[in-house]
Design a protein around this ligand. Structure first.
Ligand code: ADP
Ligand code: MG
Length: 238
């Protein structure tokens, strides 16, 4: 559980400015969903929060502490990507425990946390399988499991379901909503799927061209979109 604040966040690649001053206040336990067209800067923003990308200017704070220069591993953040590369030669159990082993966590504690995550994600019967023996949805659950075992304060998801077929996406969406309830943790989630955004979010952030167009609950955006762009994106009849 953590408060996350973005204040005047900008990002440039050389002379190309891709994030142009983003201010955002995310409350502890909130499920915040970023939407916006391809290339508007959603992934770049997530990567800056995670510490995988340097912030050009502005302040990122977690629970009041400035994080701009804090090592990614010390931010209390775990990220789940669209392309969830599992280690093919490792079992599910080993895949989930790997980051902890790497960080020097004791073996018994790793086992405890992997067991706990497996229970939450209903992966118990699959712990000794290799990734190639799993379905797409099961693999994605393992990828989420790898994040859960780290006990992050904040989860970042970058289009985690976009590689799954429609039926599985619906199923996983329900699982992620359940996960948010179970862990009561802060989630920042990127998607281009409007239904995903409307059903998962406490708060939706609509982006375009590196700026935030509007922030609000799904109902607020639907009932009172700030402009035609937001209306078009959310699907409201303005
Ligand atoms: P989204 O996730 O919303 O589709 P991205 O954050 O991936 O958008 O990209 C935002 C913009 O930044 C795009 O114009 C993209 O081409 C550019 N961009 C992303 N990463 C780099 C990079 N490493 N170098 C240069 N430009 C980049
Ligand atoms: Mg992206």
């Amino acid at each position: 559980m953590s408060d996350l604040q973005l204040s005047g966040i900008c990002k440039s690649y050389g002379s190309l400015e891709v994030i142009k001053g983003v201010d955002l206040d995310i409350k502890s336990g909130e499920f915040v969903v970023f939407v916006g067209p391809s290339g508007c800067g959603k992934s770049t923003l997530l990567r800056m929060i995670a510490g995988l990308e340097e912030i050009t200017s502005g302040d990122l704070t977690i629970d009041g502490e400035r994080m701009n220069d804090v090592d990614p591993s010390k931010r209390g953040i775990a990220m789940v990507f669209q392309s969830y590369a599992l280690y093919p030669h490792m079992t599910v159990r080993e895949n989930m425990g790997f980051a902890l082993r790497f960080a020097g966590v004791a073996k018994a504690e790793i086992e405890r946390r992997v067991g706990e995550a497996a229970k939450i994600l209903e992966l118990d019967p699959l712990l000794d399988r290799k990734p190639k023996q799993l379905s797409g949805g099961q693999r994605q659950r393992v990828a989420i499991g790898r994040a859960i075992v780290r006990h992050p304060k904040i989860f970042l998801f970058d289009e985690p379901l976009s590689n799954l077929d429609a039926e599985l996406r619906v199923h996983m969406r329900i699982e992620i909503a359940r996960l948010h309830k179970t862990l009561a943790t802060t989630i920042v989630y990127v998607t281009h799927d409007q239904v995903e955004a409307m059903t998962l979010a406490d708060k939706i952030v609509v982006m375009r061209g590196g700026v935030v167009e509007q922030v609000g609950s799904p109902l607020e955006l639907y009932d009172d979109p700030a402009n035609l762009f937001v209306a078009g994106f959310i699907g409201s009849p303005k």
